[in-house]
Design a protein around this ligand. Structure first.
Ligand code: NAP
Length: 246
């Protein structure tokens, strides 16, 4: 087990995209990082190697967040290798747009399995295993507020995440654990680009008055703030980060 006193953060879905940027930023903030991934071991190990190269402590742990046993094992590995967990970032998520009428049972179950049950699994585990004074950041989306056609199932899954986060913050009374949710607008990652035409991408980039897509680092800085003492009086909230889109 790690002998130094650095706090420990689990970042789910940290093999790429926003999660990888959060892992990088929280390592710079002084955390040991658990880089969770579901399938992409090579990418997760690359993130870990980048952190090791500049002296940060990090391990990669495979766990499908939709599976309760995997999530228990994720916390086991964190405690065994790095110590008890102080910060949980529930970043892992999936998006596939589809008109509701055309959505298959499989797509519905996959979206809710990862986005909703995945968040539920890690929150339930965190209730027992996060240090008092810990912080949790969940992930929603700005498209929930925009009510965009094609996003019904994804938005519904993120509405459930927002609801769980706000209630969980109250249920943790007495533990000094804060729970907040970030709801990004479009961010330049695989999840956003996948399946979109150049015109669609340009349209999304023009939506915010700041006239660009978000970058993973924009969101990582917000997570850094939400787990820091600077946001010590922010609890049970949803923070939309979208350059002013909604
Ligand atoms: P991304 O680039 O597609 O990365 C997703 C990450 O989640 C990958 O590391 C992936 O790991 C992991 N993952 C997927 N299924 C998993 C599972 N069952 N268990 C554990 N990890 C899993 O996505 P992103 O754009 O960075 O999105 C991160 C979060 O931000 C998501 O919750 C998303 O809904 C939210 N968000 C994104 C945007 C955007 O425009 N990008 C906007 C609003 C909200 P593997 O590759 O190993 O499976």
């Amino acid at each position: 087990m790690n002998q130094d006193t650095r706090p420990v953060a689990i970042v789910t879905g940290a093999s790429r995209g926003i999660g990888a940027a959060i892992a990088q930023r929280l390592a710079e903030d002084g955390y040991h990082i658990v880089v969770n991934y579901a399938s992409n071991e090579a990418e997760a190990q690359r993130v870990v190697a980048t952190l090791h190269a500049v002296g940060h402590g990090a391990i990669a742990v495979r766990a499908d967040v939709s599976k309760p046993d995997d999530v228990r094992a994720l916390f086991d590995a964190a405690e065994r290798e790095l110590g008890r967990v102080d910060v949980l970032v529930n970043n892992a998520g999936v998006l596939k747009t589809m008109p509701l009428a055309e959505t298959s049972d499989e797509l519905f179950e996959n979206t809710f399995g990862i986005n909703v049950q995945g968040t539920f699994n890690t929150l339930r585990e965190a209730a027992r295993r996060l240090n008092d004074g810990g912080r949790i950041v969940n992930f929603s989306t700005t498209v929930l507020a925009m009510k965009l056609p094609g996003y019904a199932i994804y938005s519904a899954s993120k509405a459930a995440v927002e609801a769980m986060g706000a209630i969980f913050a109250k249920e943790l009374r007495g533990r000094r654990i804060r729970v907040n949710t970030v709801a990004p607008g479009p961010v330049a990652t695989e999840l956003f680009f996948s399946g979109k035409t150049q015109e669609q991408i340009a349209g999304f980039a023009k939506m915010p008055p700041l006239e660009r897509l978000g970058e993973p680092g924009d969101i990582a800085r917000i997570v850094s703030f939400l787990v820091s003492e600077e946001s010590g009086w922010v609890n049970g909230q949803v923070l939309r980060a979208n350059g002013g889109t909604a």
